[in-house]
Every structure is written in C-alpha cells, then in structure tokens.
Design a protein around this ligand. Sequence first.
Ligand code: PLP
Length: 390
Amino acid sequence: MKDSSVAINIPFHRAALGEEEVQSVSEVIRSGWLTMGAKTVEFERQFASYIGAKYAIAVSSCTAGLHLALEAIGIAEGDEVLVPTTTFTATAEVVTYFGARPVLVDVDQKTLNLDVADAERKVTARTRAIIPVHFGGQPCDLDAIQALADLRHLHVVEDAAHALPSEYHGKRIGTISELTVFSFYATKTLCTGEGGMVTTDNEAYAQRIQMMRLHGISRDAWKRYSAEGSWYYEVIEAGYKYNFTDLQAALGMAQLAKCGAMQETRRSIAERYTRAFSSNPSFEVPEMLPDRTTAWHLYVLRLRLEHLRVNRDAFVRELAQAGVSVSVHFIPLHLHSFYQRAYGYKKGDLLVAEAQYHRCLSLPIYPGMTEEEVQYVISTVIELAARFSK
Ligand SMILES: Cc1ncc(COP(=O)(O)O)c(C=O)c1O
C-alpha cells in the first residue's frame, strides 16, 4: 500500500489542458472580444462537423441546453417527462422549470441506463417526452426508445453529458434523436470550464434555441456591437442568458482537436482496469455492449458486497486514505429530499437503481493519468479488497 513517506494523491479528475489551450485562449484575450462572437460560431461549425449533425448551438451549460431543448419541443405545465433516476439532478430539474413533472424510471442492471420496459409502464396520457441519459458514456438502447416514442408520440431529448464521443449502431451520439445535449463542464471529456452544446438536424429547433439562448432577441443578436451587425434588434420572446463565450470556444476548439486521442487514452485505462479487476470475486466490471462504443467518461466499478466485510462508503473512505479519490454516480434522484417532497418519491420506489447505487464507485479515468497512477489505483483497489474480503 502507500509508502507513508510519499504523499500520494490521485485526484478523481484533472482536465487535460496544455499549451494548445493556453495559446488558443490567449489569442481571444488579445483580440479584445471575449463573449459570444466569431470563435463561438467557428466552434459550433467544427463541433457539428465532428458529430455529423446539421446544427450545433453552444450554450452556457448542458443544463441550459436541456432547458432550451424542452422549451423548443413545447413542454408545458402539467406535462410529464420520463427521466432515469440514476442521473444528475440537472436532467430532471429542467423539467420542473416548466411546472411539468419528472417521472422517474428505473435502470437496467447491466448498463445502468434507463430501463425501456419500465419507461413504457410509466407512460400516461400526459407524457410528452423522454430524456435518456447515456450513463458513463455507454449509449442507451436508442432503437427501443425511439420505438416507444413513436408508439406513444413522445419527443426524445438525449442527455449526452457523458457521451462525447460515443456511437450507437455505427452512428455518433448527437445525430440520432431530435435533440441531443452535451456538457463541457470541468470534469467532462471535452471541457471548457462550463458550457454545453445542443445538436439537431431540425432547423426550426435550431433557430428557436439560438434565439432563446440570448434573451429571445433576433438570431444574430451577438453581432449588434460589431461592424457587420446592426444596433437594431427586436425582442421576440422572453428568453434566457444562456450564451457561450469566445473564451470557452477557444478552449473547446483546442480540446475538440484532441477529442479522439483523449478517448483512446481513457479506453486504454479502462482496459487495464477491466483486465485487473474482472477475475476478482469482489468486483463487477462495467460491461460494454457490442453494438455501441463509449466515451469512457466514467469507469464504474461495482463491489460484490457479499464478498466484503465493508460497505461501499467505507471502501471509498479507505481509498481516499490511501490517496485515491473516487466518486459515486449517482445517488438516485428518488432518494433526494427535493424529489421526495415535491413528487412523493420514497426509498424503495426504484429498486434496481437503489441496489446498484449502494455497490458502485467511479475510479479516476482521464488522459493525464500517468502509468504509475493507473498502476497505483489498481494495486490499491486490489489490496483493499483482499484486506476486507470475507
Ligand atoms: C448526466 C448529466 N446530465 C447533465 C449534467 C449537467 O451538466 P452541466 O454542468 O454542463 O449543466 C451533468 C453534469 O454533471 C450530468 O452528469
């Protein structure tokens, strides 16, 4: 285990930022134009081309993007929207913005993605949309989700906060459903500090989101201070202040250029973890389905608690003491006081998600990890399992 003379500290995440990012951001600073402008437009163009979508609209966060996507499809008070319980609160929170109801759905035990059969059981006359979340980066069963959506006349808005780049049946996430939303939050696979992107092939949605992200004023509102723009603008709707900035775009373009290489590094770390843990009786490693690829945003290791004398929380504490910071994705939404108070959810409502939550932890997985760090995580996890095995 840890040599006490050396303070080992492997953070859960470190953004992969290098000289390219520094140069790219410096250029924007020197230009004198910091907020949304030509760099944002260029980043949107590059992102749309990378994904293979017709339109990409940069926004201030994935949460903002999800909000705008639901606004574009016309979610209104009293509607219901299906959301997996195993997700970050943002996915369901945006539904509440409209006075609509997030209806929580259990997850598939293997992938921790939304269980389509449970979603189907929860469709009512008020259900308008479904928000599949590609947990950890592995795509949901989008064919089955689209089939349900077609049958029950639902919109599909993908929460792809973890899924850049991921593929389903040979198609990149971001090209499949009506609307897809990515996150560029600090820990994500492409990071701009904060930020997000909506992709769609639907021109009307794209125009609506472009307008609503910047106060509901005419589409090129950001040009109103530039020589090619005009001082005149018209407020068409009460919109939001959800725009991106050129500083973020500069980071985004530098990151996009190495997106594939970064994914490859995460994939090789995941492979090493799986090789090290798969034959150990204390662990269940993530299973990747053959018809899809994952961004490997998360590496979720599940403990076989029946083989261990400690629970997940104690295991996480021991790892932290040994200098390995891990996280837990996610506390199911129905266990949070807000969703219980507002919608009457309670412990025991969504059993698969709950059972898996108590067993899972997310290991560090990011391009800047050194060989030694990966090896240290592996040996620490294995030694702890041996120490606490029954
Ligand atoms: C599944 C999921 N959806 C949405 C979000 C929200 O992303 P953002 O912080 O960009 O708003 C997150 C962020 O962690 C997430 O994990």
